[in-house]
Design a protein around this ligand. Structure first.
Ligand SMILES: Cc1cc2nc3c(=O)[nH]c(=O)nc-3n(C[C@H](O)[C@H](O)[C@H](O)COP(=O)(O)O)c2cc1C
Length: 365
């Protein structure tokens, strides 16, 4: 069914297709919520987990960027997602970069995007979350990032994050800091250990009472396979441990073009942007395994990058992920992917003799 819809959607630009899909999702969640739930129903107790104080019916979630403004949470619950990550949301609304800013690479089952954090801003998203917080019964995470304005740097960037945290954390089940965009005076990112420590110190006084949600960090993919000796990641993990970070999301999109079969002229014409989808799968898993080893399996990890099959999802779990997320896989396979991932995971776990996700977690590390 999605196959036919996809051939129509792929006649449109990726951004236009996304708008059409969003319109369809919002219509279905309003007019036919029970039909939606019954078409995509699949549940199995083996997929259930409790992590950082939250209950996850299954480990398949929506990656940040697809539902930036929290317009579709009931749809994601309806298609059987175990959790949703809203955002990235920024303190102020943002237009993002000029179009075109999203591109398909069908030969690689990948996307390149330079959306530039277009979103409606913390206030509007907070008002929607107020509504969905009680009506949607799966964990809703919120991913926050710095408002994309070159004038907001250093202490200003930390204040910007602080504003988003203050407004959104009390309405979220968990919060992710998207720290891989340039945010500091010298153009470095908050993945720079000193910058991260300063940011976490800024947020520390806010992390009490109703705003004391589990806080996670979303990291960029490793640039090469020698991640096992990356002292910067070791520093980040140590800083995270000192600041009560609940987990890591690995990974964001990649700035380079490694491992693609799309021809060079096409890539040249597209220009800069973050690569997502199948080519990211193994690199993201390398970071997962490294994080799992560094944290000795004590910290939940969310594996994201190229989840497009049950095998790819189990690969992430065996590499140390407790939960997985997808974005590009949904573009190529449609919302039925969520059910296929869950069904396939249960079958693969059975074949491999894993009774629970916990048993499968880290088995390849
Ligand atoms: C069009 C697009 C927009 C995205 N926007 C965001 C974003 O706003 N914040 C964020 O943390 N990640 C964003 N991502 C990254 C995804 O959350 C995910 O980390 C990445 O795409 C790898 O997963 P995938 O291979 O399943 O797509 C975006 C990805 C795409 C394709």
């Amino acid at each position: 069914m999605y196959h036919r819809l996809r051939s129509l959607l792929f006649k449109l630009s990726p951004e236009r297709a996304h708008q059409v899909a969003e319109w369809g999702a919002r219509t279905l969640q309003t007019v036919a919520p029970s039909a939606l739930a019954s078409s995509f129903a699949f549940a199995d107790a083996a997929l259930h987990q409790s992590l950082f104080g939250l209950e996850f019916r299954n480990p398949v979630g929506l990656a940040a960027g697809f539902d930036k403004n929290a317009t579709m949470p009931p749809f994601w619950e309806g298609v059987g997602m175990g959790f949703v990550e809203i955002g990235s949301v920024t303190a102020r609304p943002a237009q993002g970069n000029p179009r075109p800013r999203a591109f398909r690479l069908p030969a690689d089952e990948a996307l390149i995007n330079r959306m530039g954090l277009n979103n409606q801003g913390a206030d509007r998203v907070a008002r929607r979350l107020e509504r969905y917080r009680t009506s949607v019964d799966i964990p809703l995470g919120v991913n926050i990032a710095k408002t994309p304005d070159d004038a907001i740097l250093g202490a200003g960037a930390r204040r910007d994050f602080r504003q988003s945290y203050e407004r959104l954390a009390p309405l979220a089940d968990y919060v992710v800091l998207n720290i891989s965009c340039p945010n500091t005076e010298d153009g470095k990112t908050f993945e720079e250990p000193d910058a991260l420590a300063a940011l976490l110190e800024e947020l520390a006084p806010l992390r009490t009472g109703p705003a004391a949600q589990p806080l996670l960090l979303k990291l960029a993919p490793p640039l090469n396979a020698k991640i096992a000796f990356d002292s910067r990641i070791e520093e980040l993990v140590a800083i995270a441990a000192a600041h009560d970070i609940a987990g890591f999301v690995a990974t964001n999109t990649a700035p380079d073009r490694q491992g693609l079969s799309t021809d060079a002229a096409t890539l040249e014409a597209i220009g800069r942007g973050g690569l997502s989808g199948a080519p990211l799968q193994q690199r993201a898993n390398t970071l997962l395994r490294y994080l799992y080893r560094l944290t000795e399996g004590t910290v939940p990890l969310i594996g994201v990058g190229g989840v497009n099959s049950p095998e790819a999802a189990l690969d992430k779990i065996e590499s140390g992920a407790s939960l997985v997320q997808c974005y590009t896989g949904l573009v190529y396979h449609g919302p039925g992917l969520v059910r296929d991932l869950k069904q396939g995971l249960v079958a693969l776990m059975h074949q491999k003799g894993y009774g629970t996700l916990h048993e499968a977690r880290g088995a390849q590390v």
